[in-house]
Design a protein around this ligand. Structure first.
Ligand code: ZN
Length: 253
C-alpha cells in the first residue's frame, strides 16, 4: 500500500477495512523512499521515516483483525548500495521492496515524453540492467514492478526472453522475490507487471512470487487478486511469499 505518507490518497488506517473486506489476512505498507534526491510529491520525505514507522506500529497495536506489515519501496541507484544499506539496516521493517523508477535523472513512469526519440530496445536493456544490479545488491526482499519500462506500452523489436531469463536467474541466485503487481491494470499499460508472456520463465527458474495490489487508495486494496492467483496457478505456481521482520515464508494460495 501507498498511503498519504507518500503518494497514496488516504491515511494508513483507511486501508484496513477494505483489506478485511477483501478477505486478506495481512496488509503491508511500503511508502516510496528515494534517497539522494530532493523529495517530490510522490515519495516520502526521509524526515518522516520515524513518524511513519511509529504510526504503523500504533495502528498494528490497535488492530486485531488483520496483521499489519511495515515495509518500504526504495529506489535503487547503482553505486549507492552501501549508503542505502546503512540507511535501511537499523529500521524495524518486515520487508523492503527495491524498485527502479529512475533511468539517469528522470523517472520512466512520469509521462510518455520520456520515451520520445529514444531507442525503445536500448531503454528496455538499460532498465533490465539496472533491475538486475538491484537484485544482486542484496538490499531487497522483493523487486517491485520488475518491467515498469512497459508502462506506456512502447514495444521493443528485440527478443525480450534473454532479458527476463537473466533477471529470473539473478533473482533465484540472490534469493529475491518478484511480484505480480496488479496495479499495472490501472496504468496506461492496462495489464499486470511483469509481462504475462514471460511469467513461465520465473517459474522455470524457480523464483518465488508474491502478489501485490500496489494500491494508492483504499478502494484498490487487493484489486484483481483472484485473477492474479488464477494466472499464477495456470503457470504452475502454488505458493507465494510473505514476510515478517525480513524473514520470508511461503504460503499456499
Ligand atoms: Zn513503484
Amino acid at each position: 500500500m501507498h498511503s498519504s505518507y507518500s503518494d497514496g490518497r488516504s491515511v494508513p488506517g483507511d486501508y484496513i477495512a477494505p483489506a478485511i473486506a477483501a478477505g486478506l489476512s495481512e496488509i503491508g505498507f511500503s511508502e516510496h523512499l528515494t534517497l539522494f534526491k530532493d523529495p517530490e510529491d510522490w515519495n516520502m520525505n526521509p524526515v518522516n521515516i520515524s513518524p511513519y514507522i511509529s504510526h504503523l506500529e500504533t495502528l498494528r497495536k490497535n488492530t486485531k483483525s488483520i496483521k499489519i506489515k511495515i515495509g518500504l519501496e526504495v529506489d535503487f541507484f547503482a553505486g549507492k548500495e552501501e549508503e542505502i544499506r546503512a540507511y535501511l539496516n537499523p529500521l524495524p521493517l518486515d520487508y523492503i521492496i527495491g524498485s527502479v523508477h529512475y533511468l539517469g535523472e528522470k523517472t520512466v513512469d512520469n509521462g510518455p515524453e520520456f520515451y520520445e526519440g529514444k531507442s525503445i530496445n536500448k531503454l528496455f536493456e538499460a532498465y533490465f540492467d539496472s533491475v538486475v544490479t538491484a537484485v544482486a545488491s542484496g538490499l531487497f526482499d522483493i523487486i517491485g514492478h520488475c518491467d515498469l519500462i512497459r508502462i506506456y506500452g512502447y514495444k521493443p523489436t528485440s527478443d525480450l526472453e534473454p532479458l527476463y531469463r537473466k533477471l529470473a536467474k539473478t533473482m533465484k541466485t540472490h534469493n529475491v522475490v518478484f511480484e505480480v503487481n496488479t496495479n499495472g491494470r490501472n496504468r496506461p499499460l492496462a495489464d499486470f507487471y511483469p509481462d504475462r508472456r514471460f511469467l513461465h520463465i520465473f517459474r522455470e527458474e524457480n523464483v518465488p512470487v508474491c502478489v501485490n495490489s500496489d494500491a494508492h487508495m483504499p478502494s484498490r486494496v487487493g484489486q484483481y487478486f483472484d485473477e492474479a492467483y488464477e494466472l499464477l496457478r495456470y503457470i504452475g505456481f502454488t505458493e507465494m511469499a510473505v514476510f515478517d521482520k525480513r524473514v520470508r515464508q511461503m504460503v499456499p494460495f
